[in-house]
Design a protein. Sequence first.
Length: 346
Amino acid sequence: MDDTTDPFRCELLFAATHGDGSRETAALRRRVRRGQLVRIHQGTYAAADGLRRLDARGRHVVLVRAVTLGLADVCVVSHASAAVLHDLPRVGPTIPDVVTVVDPRRSTTSRSTHLFRRPGQVTASETAVVSGLSATDFSRTAVDVARTSPFADAVLCVDAVLRRLVLPSGHETGPDVVDRLTMHRAELFRLIGSGSRPGDRAARRVVQFASPWAENGGESLLRLLLFELGLSDVHLQRSFESRGRFAGRCDAFLAKYDVALEFNGLIKLIDPTMLARRTPAEAVRDRGRRDRRLLESDEIEHVVHCEYLDVVQPRRLAGLLQGVGVALDPRRVDAAARIALRRFVG
């Protein structure tokens, strides 16, 4: 990643360095009018071309850098802004253009154009430095997001945090993994506490539901939708054998119905790393061969492939599942469709 695509290295220009009435400041403002610069925050600018190369996350990182330059050292980037710094997933692509921090000097929240201050304390053990920025660490960020975000956003965030903490080297199973999961989940519960502050109950529900075996945000959303459809006995990243040999590992397994679910994103057909020197056609061929191996397992009757649009429109996924004999309550399908309309606005 070079300077043009790394938001942590995007050059910032400061009007305050020269004073509001200086010729240098006037020149910066002229460049804004010409479309060469963009005003990020009061007295802070960045090149327009560079910002256009950044996605929503990258632009928020630049905003965090600009805003925190004027804050006291006791302020710690937190909540959604910390999740952005840690590159944790969220449901939608839109990120609020306000930076959230915890400010221990405050007893109430405070909101300005680009800054949202929350009262509270962040201990040294709950703090991480991300490219020079002081932010809450993975665990504290997960708890803060779980307390304040919609359930789906919170699940995506906590799933990703548990995945990084419990499975830092990739997929694993076994007693050691279960012990690590138990330890990190207990730490999240400890951070939430046993009180009844706003969001505590929701946070405990998220932490209990979250799983490190959802390998990306799409799989987290798939599992969440399956739960909303009434399918609670869902096994993630379950491995199967056929004729005494490893047949494959599926994204989700509905044990009650002997149905394996595979979440197929377009990324699997265009990402060079996932293609591993194969053409897209070869990847599709290999997927078919893998399906046949899975169907040879004594435990699997059907393999169902779904995609992101099936999660956005739950009736599509419901139709795929009902087509292989999965019984679904129509009322749950209708409720899941209503939730999706709110969840995936835009």
